[in-house]
Design a protein around this ligand. Structure first.
Ligand code: SAM
Length: 284
């Protein structure tokens, strides 16, 4: 077994395959040997679980997932990595690599085909250029997965795991909170990657809720209101919702009153329940 997080081993494998890093694909590979075992331990409750990974790179995390999970399916866009993964994961017969763009796949269909009825968790060091879109895709698709244990940039981790109603919260915080309970597990310094990115990272875990924490009649309207409310952070919720949803200020004022909210309140001060009440009170 090769130590895939040993920098000299990584360099040797990449040189052998003539691989060069693609910045556009967010290729920063982990070279700190403590991280992947810890991430895999925290992601996979027991060996009865299957794991879905996005962006295996040279397979450093995939290797640890394969040691713990019943089966691993890893989606990698860069086909230059396929021969590398063939080599680094050769000792496992429970790993399958899917060469595709995660954003273009029918994930529900893939899960049905590859895991049919098994318990699934997602674990990945996400490509940073599409962190939030991938997380939102996974959550909004309402896939039969129990949790997402993912590495993201530290700033994104803070936003994703913020409390709704706190200064750090944003539209993505509300969306994540609607679908999952978010917790930050540990920080990862930028020196843990090759090449080193400009900022530090963190591993977070999103445990999917059985049902949302608030009742919403129209999810589409709720999320478009939330997006509008946070779009102009320095404005009041009244002004930004009115501008973003193209509804009159009178209409939003009367909804705020109906929901028992201050007319000058900002979106970041509103709790999940207050946002839900406000959405219900907006009549179109
Ligand atoms: N898991 C490896 C590690 O931790 O060292 C690599 C992580 S690297 C941050 C992100 C990986 O995602 C790269 O291997 C990259 O090629 C892949 N990737 C980028 N965009 C992708 C996409 N749209 N679909 C699938 N994989 C993608």
């Amino acid at each position: 077994m090769k130590n895939l997080s040993d920098i000299s081993v990584v360099k040797e494998i990449l040189a052998k395959h003539g691989f060069t890093f693609s910045k556009a694909l967010g290729q920063n590979f982990i070279i700190n040997q403590n991280i992947c075992p810890e991430m895999a331990d925290m992601a996979i409750p027991d060996d009865d679980y299957c794991a879905l990974e996005i962006g295996p790179g040279i397979g450093v995390l995939t290797y640890q997932l394969a040691r713990r999970a019943k089966k691993v399916v890893a989606i990698e866009l860069d086909k230059r990595l396929l021969p590398v993964l063939d080599e680094t994961l050769a000792e496992f017969d429970n790993v399958e690599i899917v060469n595709a763009d995660v954003m273009k796949l029918d994930l529900a269909e893939l899960i049905k085909e590859k895991f049919s009825g098994e318990k699934i968790c997602v674990c990945a060091n996400l490509p940073y250029y599409i962190t939030s879109p991938i997380i939102m895709l996974l959550l909004e698709s309402k896939l039969p997965v129990e949790s997402l244990t993912v590495m993201v940039q530290k700033e994104a981790a803070d936003r994703l795991c913020a409390e709704v109603g706190s200064r750090e919260s944003g539209a993505v915080t509300v969306a994540v909170n609607y679908y999952a309970r978010a917790e930050k597990l540990f920080n990862v310094s930028k020196g843990s990657f090759m090449p080193a990115p400009k900022v530090d990272s963190a591993v977070i875990k999103l445990s999917i809720r059985e049902k949302p924490p608030v009742e919403i009649t129209d999810e589409k309207k709720f999320f478009s209101m939330v997006k509008a409310a946070f779009a102009q952070r320095r404005k009041t919720a009244l002004n930004s919702i009115s501008a973003g949803m193209g509804l009159s200020k009178e209409k939003i004022s009367s909804a705020l009153e109906k929901a028992g909210l201050d007319l000058n309140v900002r979106a970041e001060k509103l709790t999940m329940q207050q946002l839900a009440d406000l959405c219900e009170a907006i009549e179109e």
